[in-house]
Design a binder for this molecule. Structure first.
Ligand SMILES: Nc1ncnc2c1ncn2[C@@H]1O[C@H](COP(=O)(O)OP(=O)(O)OP(=O)(O)O)[C@@H](O)[C@H]1O
Ligand SMILES: [Mg+2]
Length: 311
């Protein structure tokens, strides 16, 4: 472990360790690194596809902690006891056997980084089980009572990092338990990039993407964010979807096609002209028209008028 001075010098200069591909402010990155190094409970909050999971991956690499990194997808947990504590098996020759969960192994590992991904989607039983191990004072996990109520102590320097979706558009996201939320003393909300910043990200993730089309896409994405704020849309186009579309442009897809395949299906079309889909279509259309004015407009029905607009 690093000494006190070494830790503060490391934190001061840690922005150099943030990969360029991750969009996160210097202060948030510094807070994230510092909190992980101090064994704090961290919760990264934000909408879907805005880099929460990616930020944890970047952190683990920056701190060179792959060896002590444990990943649990809490959103996919069907049986919280089995995932977080373990399973008991009965064998008539050897009797009752207890199979420890990977989580138990993780909390026994000094300086482990335990990533509780999608914690907001976890079963409430999972939240209850987590209350004592993540508590800064209690720091234990009680195993199955039938096995003598063994307590597993959380090893020194263990850091829990959870990710959670916020926003009322997430129906699968339960309202998280207050006691659990309170134990995550470090909360970091991911930033939403501006169109220019998102275009920069596209360049870094997908250098061969068609930047003309992506310039339009990032502006459309920003407009969906504004509409979400005004409650005209229930969700906005995520950075994940923007990067997905950048990849599609490398394979020759144009803006109209991207919109059909990636953007529109995310928006309900019930309500006809007042539907979310109509609003998004009108938004995309503005960019298609602007881009196509210098060329004959292709008519998809008649097939006349030249090639389909490139963007
Ligand atoms: N802030 C960002 N910086 C860099 N890349 C990003 C960012 N946000 C999203 N991306 C891109 O989108 C992909 C998906 O991001 P990620 O899986 O981290 O989203 P998430 O916030 O965890 O979403 P979910 O809530 O659906 O789990 C990343 O692999 C990356 O390519
Ligand atoms: Mg995620």
């Amino acid at each position: 472990m690093k000494s006190k001075e070494k830790i503060s010098t490391f934190i001061e200069t840690c922005y150099n360790l943030k990969p360029e591909k991750l969009f996160m402010s210097e202060l948030k990155w510094k807070y994230l690194v510092r909190s992980a190094m101090r064994g704090k409970n961290i919760m990264i909050l934000g909408s879907a596809g805005q880099g929460k999971t990616f930020a944890v991956q970047c952190l683990v690499d920056a701190l060179d902690r792959r060896a002590d990194y444990f990943y649990l997808n809490m959103g996919a947990t069907q049986d919280p006891r089995a995932t977080l504590i373990g399973n008991t098996h009965f064998n008539k020759n050897t009797g009752t056997l207890f199979d420890e969960s990977p989580f138990v192994k993780a909390i026994r590992t000094p300086h482990a980084i335990i990533h509780l991904d999608e914690l907001s989607r976890a079963h409430p039983d999972a939240w209850n089980i987590l209350l004592t191990p993540i508590d800064y004072i209690q720091r234990y996990l009680r195993l199955d009572e039938k096995l003598g109520s063994e307590l597993v102590k959380v090893a020194e320097g263990v850091s829990f990092i959870a990710t959670a979706n916020v926003g009322n558009e997430y129906t699968a996201t339960r309202v998280m338990d207050k006691a659990l939320l309170d134990r995550f003393t470090v909360k970091i909300e991911v930033d939403l990039p501006s169109p220019d910043q998102e275009l920069e990200l596209v360049k870094l993730h997908c250098s061969d993407a068609n930047m003309k089309i992506m310039d339009n896409v990032t502006q459309i994405s920003a407009m969906t964010r504004a509409f979400t704020k005004e409650s005209k849309l229930s969700k906005f186009i995520s950075t994940r979807s923007v990067i997905e579309m950048a990849e599609l442009t490398m394979d020759g897809f144009n803006l109209v096609e991207l919109a059909e395949m990636v953007i529109y299906p995310d928006y309900p079309d019930d309500g006809g002209v007042d539907s979310e889909r109509t609003l998004v279509k009108q938004t995309v259309q503005k960019f298609v028209t602007t881009a196509a004015t210098s060329k004959p407009i292709y008519n998809a029905t008649s097939g006349k008028g030249g090639n389909p607009p490139p963007f």
